[in-house]
Design a binder for this molecule. Structure first.
Ligand SMILES: O=C(O)[C@H](O)[C@@H](O)[C@H](O)[C@H](O)COP(=O)(O)O
Length: 223
C-alpha cells in the first residue's frame, strides 16, 4: 500500500482527479474503452465536480458505483442520484452509467440483470473507493450477513448484503471484482479514518474488509 498525504483537502481532490483522468486516458488509448468505478457517500463530491469538467473521451467511459443503498433514486441517500448530479454532467455527461439500482423491493430481484450488464465492462480500469471509520469499503461492512462469501475469491460480481451499520439493504461489488481493478485509489479524510486504516493492517479481514484491496492500493489522505 502507498499512503499519500496532501497539505489540504482541496489539493487532494484536484491532484487525485488528475491522476484518475490520466489513468483513464491511458486505458482509452490502449483499449478504446475504460471503466471507472466510484463510491457514494459524503467524501467524493468535490472530486466528481472536478472530474466532470476534465476533457477526455467520456463517450467511451463506463461509470459504475462500487455499491448502492437499495433506495429509489429520489431518495437523498441514493448514490446513483449523487453521481447523476455531480459526476455525469458537463463533459462527463457523455459517459455511460452502468446502473447498480433498478426499481424493486429488494436487491436480490435485480442482481442478475445488474450483473449481466456489469460483466462485459470488467475489469475496472480505475477504481476509486471510500472507507468508513468502521473499516468498510464499498458495502463490505464488518458484521454484514454474507460478508464471508463477499470476500471469497469465487464470489459473484455483485451481491446483496445487509448490515446493521448500513441502514438499508445494499448491493455491492464483491472483493474479487475490486481486487481485479487495474488501478485502485482509496480516498479518505480526517484523523479518524487515518487511524482506522492504520489499525486495519493488524486486524483480521472480517473486522477490516478494506484490507482486501489495500495491498495494491494508493491511499490518498488529507486532514
Ligand atoms: O454508499 C456508501 O456509503 C459508500 O459507497 C461507502 O462505502 C462509502 O464510501 C463509505 O461509507 C464512506 O462514506 P463517507 O464518505 O460518507 O464517509
Amino acid at each position: 500500500m502507498e499512503f499519500k498525504t496532501y497539505p489540504d483537502r482541496e489539493l487532494l481532490m484536484v491532484s487525485l482527479a488528475d491522476q484518475i483522468a490520466s489513468q483513464l486516458r491511458a486505458a482509452l488509448a490502449q483499449e478504446g474503452r475504460a471503466t471507472l468505478s466510484v463510491p457514494g457517500g459524503t467524501t467524493p463530491g468535490p472530486i466528481f465536480d472536478i472530474l466532470s469538467e476534465i476533457d477526455l473521451d467520456w463517450a467511451n467511459v463506463a461509470v459504475v458505483l462500487n455499491d448502492e443503498r437499495w433506495v429509489p433514486v429520489s431518495s437523498p441517500r441514493s448514490n446513483t442520484a449523487l453521481i447523476s448530479q455531480r459526476l455525469l454532467i458537463n463533459r462527463a455527461a457523455k459517459a455511460r452509467l452502468l446502473p447498480l439500482y433498478m426499481n424493486a423491493d429488494t436487491p436480490e430481484e435485480r442482481l442478475d440483470a445488474l450483473s449481466d450488464n456489469l460483466r462485459p465492462n470488467l475489469p475496472i480500469s480505475v477504481l476509486l473507493l471510500g472507507m468508513g471509520a468502521d473499516m468498510h469499503t464499498a458495502s463490505l461492512f464488518p458484521g454484514a450477513d454474507r460478508l464471508e462469501e463477499a470476500l471469497s475469491d469465487d464470489a459473484p460480481e455483485l451481491m446483496a448484503l445487509r448490515a446493521e451499520a448500513a441502514g438499508e439493504p445494499r448491493i455491492t461489488m464483491t472483493a474479487r471484482v475490486l481486487k481485479d481493478a487495474m488501478h485502485t485509489h482509496v480516498l479518505i479524510t480526517g484523523e479518524e479514518k487515518k487511524k482506522a486504516i492504520e489499525a486495519a493492517q493488524n486486524l483480521p479481514i472480517e473486522q477490516a474488509p478494506i484490507k482486501s484491496i489495500l495491498h495494491n492500493a494508493t491511499v490518498h489522505w488529507a486532514a
